[in-house]
Design a protein around this ligand. Structure first.
Ligand SMILES: [Zn+2]
Length: 114
């Protein structure tokens, strides 16, 4: 039996969620990551509520300056060198996705049937 074409693999589904982050930027919220402590300074960690990417900043407690910044992304987020779509291409991908979603037939409620 052939696989259902309407079902996406987990990686394809996640890649589609990444389209919004790559179009709008990440949806950050501050997050306490007890698994990470910088060697000096204070940690300030943000996590994306859509894709789970994490931004780990190290802050100087005397000046407030950012003295270190590292990003961690979920599997499937990264692209091979030279294959990452541009922001404009991500907008086109998102529009195509929204148009496709709009075109799907809506489920009718039992009360709507004659
Ligand atoms: Zn994100």
């Amino acid at each position: 039996m052939p696989p259902d074409a309407s079902l996406l693999t987990t990686q394809e589904y996640e890649k589609q969620q990444f389209i919004r982050c790559n179009t709008f930027g990440h949806a950050w919220f501050d997050y306490d990551n007890s698994d990470w402590t910088p060697e000096w300074g204070e940690p300030l960690v943000l996590r994306c509520e859509r894709c789970g990417s994490e931004r780990r900043d190290t802050i100087s407690t005397s000046t407030g300056d950012i003295i270190g910044r590292h990003y961690f992304h979920p599997d499937g987020y990264s692209y091979d060198r030279g294959t990452r779509p541009t922001r404009s291409e991500f907008r086109i991908l998102l529009l195509a996705k929204k148009i496709e979603e709009r075109g799907k037939p809506k489920r009718r409620k039992a009360a709507d049937t004659p």
